[in-house]
Design a protein around this ligand. Sequence first.
Ligand code: GLN
Length: 266
Amino acid sequence: MKKFITLILALALLCAPACLVSCGNDDANTLTMATNAAFPPYEFIEDGDYAGIDVEIAQEIAKKLDMKLEIVDTEFDSIIGGVVSGKYDMGMAGMTVTEDRLENVNFTSTYATGIQVVIVNEDSEYTSYEDFYTGFDEEGNPKGVKENITIGVQQGTTGDIYSSSKPKDWGFGEKNVKRYKTGAEAIMALQAGKVTCVIIDNEPAKSFVAANKGLKILDTSYTEEDYAIAIAKDNDKLLHKVNKALEELIADGTVQKIIDKYIPAE
Ligand code: GLN
């Protein structure tokens, strides 16, 4: 009997190295990140490769977890659904933590902040988004939106959500919002005079304004937000691992170094 057990053990040991190579679950070693790579400086494509703050932070996280990072470029709007269904391990796309999103996914710690800003054509008559309203009530809340005001946004983003809310909640009403698949398409519509302004996160806004002539960012910013990584609610184990890695990268200055590389101090 003892001999038999020894034989089994020996066989198991012999098999082990082979299993490490051929029986391992590839998926378990791949960290799939869904993003929308049209959101510079957080994610974009440069020389045929993914680049940006989120991309580099995700690479560092994968390194710490000893996993292979796989990036999937998809519409921003479909990232959360894909994370919920388990198609992607995480969503990282300059994604703002919101109450609504928290109902569907968990978020890691925050690693960056964003501000919604308003981009207009340089010759625009508007100097602040407050100019888009007809007036304000006794409490200082907007009463209504001026005629011919159309707000361009990227579909499903916080810029879309806030802009689409009612004027009394500092939105502009569903009917005055035009949604585009990407920020770049919204910018093209602005240049073509199809929308009055584009409301989008400040850093991509700066990139768009730098890359396109005739645009400017208004001085008044809209709202401040926190960016974090979305992970499925039933994947606590991954949330914990990614959070630990992210927090270490924040503590040792790696995250700040990556941010500084893409957003030079003004
Ligand atoms: N921060 C915004 C949001 O979470 C926009 C993100 C994006 O367009 N990638 O909705």
